[in-house]
Ligand binder design. Structure first.
Ligand SMILES: *[C@@H]1O[C@H](CO)[C@@H](O)[C@H](O)[C@H]1NC(C)=O
Ligand SMILES: *[C@@H]1O[C@H](CO)[C@@H](O)[C@H](O)[C@H]1NC(C)=O
Ligand SMILES: *[C@@H]1O[C@H](CO)[C@@H](O)[C@H](O)[C@H]1NC(C)=O
Ligand SMILES: *[C@@H]1O[C@H](CO)[C@@H](O)[C@H](O)[C@H]1NC(C)=O
Ligand SMILES: *[C@@H]1O[C@H](CO)[C@@H](O)[C@H](O)[C@H]1NC(C)=O
Length: 460
């Protein structure tokens, strides 16, 4: 008895060591990629299923936007693998959080930023482009994306910088006076994809407006294809917060790719944008340091060098991989610019999935290779799932569908407009006697809370 227990411990130890070999991956083999992606997705969904707020479909603990981005990642996973096992959870979460068909549910809308909302819209347009299964009695995927567009473009703010989307939506939020790359690049991408899917020029006009406006600010410097993270209204969008993030580049690259395709390649600016920004996003494949990554392993350099990425930032590589991977199907000639490094990144990422009890939990920093970096979570899984799925895109080799090429998700240009969501919410109802003091307290409370919340959802 005692001996066998001792033996079991020893064997257990041996298994743990074996587990540290990480998930297996043969990058050139479709079924190996699929099985690795499945392992990573399954662990991700374990986190999802055990969250505290699990009774609320699509709502994550302490964050709302990540629901949209996780579903987006899972929709692509389904597209490239055909694995339907997570579809119910995706549909349930997406529909539950749809609000008035615009992904602006009243539970959370008081503290959401434009970027938070747009990610759900991007998930919905992804679903439409892949003919992802819809449920009867629910709005179509593309209409949900249109609902996001319809609530966002009226927020285009010309009171400063001659235009642009603010980061945060409500004046009481810290970040209201900021215009950032992901909010503008997010709506840019959504508009471009709606243009290609529906063929409706209104969306293309908005996409072009956002791109051109961005190019008048540090958010999109066409001279050297640099994307600043933020700029502020007070300076008329001349200052710049220069943190470099993969997803900022990827969202502008992706939108330009859809516009290139929508315009039948007749406007050179889109192809130039795609190629210019792919070139500058080489910075995310660092050539020195990073454990000898040698320009081959994707890294969110701004936080990974110091090992201090927050939960939002950990997910960015998923979007970068998916958006760049997918654009190769609509912009001929880009595969060779994108896949060689996505391949080597996926190989490193799979090796990094060597943590936790069973030796398959993924870390954050892929360039640490088989030495697990000691971090794990839903976000780490999402990020690796993104790069694995991206590598399956060439095997599927299908472009996004449009209404004229077999898209079945029905357009509704008026989706999301029957709503009072654009009214500034009243946060407190207080009696007249209490007003002044309570007002001050409310302001302090609200801005403290907003700072805390926006800090949490900072960057997305
Ligand atoms: C809003 O919050 C209530 C109370 O927690 C919850 O029952 C409901 O499911 C939430 N709705 C959404 C869309 O999250
Ligand atoms: C692109 O070409 C297609 C097919 O020739 C045509 O129907 C469409 O109008 C063109 N799009 C634009 C934006 O010119
Ligand atoms: C647009 O995408 C399709 C695939 O759907 C591709 O065949 C076509 O060449 C692309 N058009 C341009 C101008 O790149
Ligand atoms: C195109 O989109 C705009 C903006 O939503 C809408 O007003 C218009 O009716 C749409 N046109 C068509 C033909 O669907
Ligand atoms: C608009 O919303 C209200 C309240 O939810 C609803 O009663 C009404 O039927 C909706 N109108 C349309 C045109 O959908």
């Amino acid at each position: 008895m005692i001996l066998s227990k001792w033996l079991a411990t020893l064997l257990g130890g041996a298994f743990a060591v074996q587990g540290a070999l990480a998930i297996e991956l043969n990058i050139d083999d479709e079924s190996s990629l699929k099985s690795a992606a499945k392992t990573v997705a399954t662990t991700m969904m374990k986190y999802y299923d055990s969250r505290e707020s699990k009774d609320i479909p699509g709502k994550f603990d302490g964050t709302w936007w990540e629901g949209g981005s996780m579903f987006m990642t899972l929709i692509l996973y389904w597209f490239v693998t055909g694995d339907t096992q997570f579809n119910d959870a995706v549909q349930e979460g997406m529909y539950f959080q749809k609000g008035d068909d615009n992904f602006f549910p009243s539970n959370y809308s008081q503290y959401l930023g434009n970027d938070d909302q747009v990610f759900w819209g991007l998930a919905a347009i992804t679903a439409a482009e892949f003919n992802y299964p819809e449920r009867d009695g629910e709005p179509s995927w593309v209409s949900l994306a249109q609902g996001v567009f319809n609530t966002q473009y009226p927020r285009w703010d010309t009171s400063s910088c001659h235009g642009g989307m603010r980061w945060q939506i409500w004046p009481y939020q810290d970040g209201y006076l900021t215009k950032n790359a992901i909010s503008n690049g997010g709506l840019f991408q959504l508009s471009a994809r709606l243009a290609l899917y529906t063929g409706n020029k209104t969306y293309a006009d908005w996409a072009e407006r956002i791109w051109d406006w961005s190019a008048t600010t540090p958010l999109l410097k066409q001279k050297n294809w640099n994307i600043a993270d933020t700029t502020t209204c007070g300076t008329q969008c001349t200052d710049h917060g220069d943190f470099q993030w993969t997803y900022n580049y990827a969202t502008y690259i992706s939108g330009a790719a859809y516009m290139h395709n929508y315009t039948n390649g007749t406007e050179t600016k889109w192809k130039e944008g795609v190629e210019g920004l792919i070139k500058t996003s080489q910075q995310f494949y660092p050539t020195t340091g990073f454990n000898g990554a040698g320009g081959q392993i994707l890294a969110d350099i701004t936080c990974e060098s110091g090992g201090n990425c927050d939960r939002n930032q950990i997910t960015f590589k998923a979007y970068f991989s998916n958006w760049l991977g997918m654009l190769t199907t609509i912009v001929p000639g880009t595969s060779d610019l994108i896949f060689p490094q996505l391949k080597t990144s996926a190989q490193a990422a799979a090796k990094q999935c060597s943590g936790g009890d069973d030796g398959t939990y993924c870390g954050t920093r892929w360039w640490k290779q088989a030495t697990w970096d000691g971090t794990k979570g839903l976000e780490q899984q999402m990020s690796v799932l993104g790069v694995l799925s991206a590598n399956l895109i060439p095997f599927v080799n299908k472009a996004p569908v449009t209404l004229s090429s077999g898209g079945t998700s029905k357009s509704n240009p008026n989706a999301g407009t029957n709503t009072s969501d654009n009214k500034v919410p009243v946060l407190n109802t207080i009696g007249t006697g209490d007003r002044a003091g309570a007002g001050v307290l409310t302001v302090i409370f609200v801005s403290g809370w907003a700072i805390a919340v926006t800090w949490m959802i900072r960057g997305g």
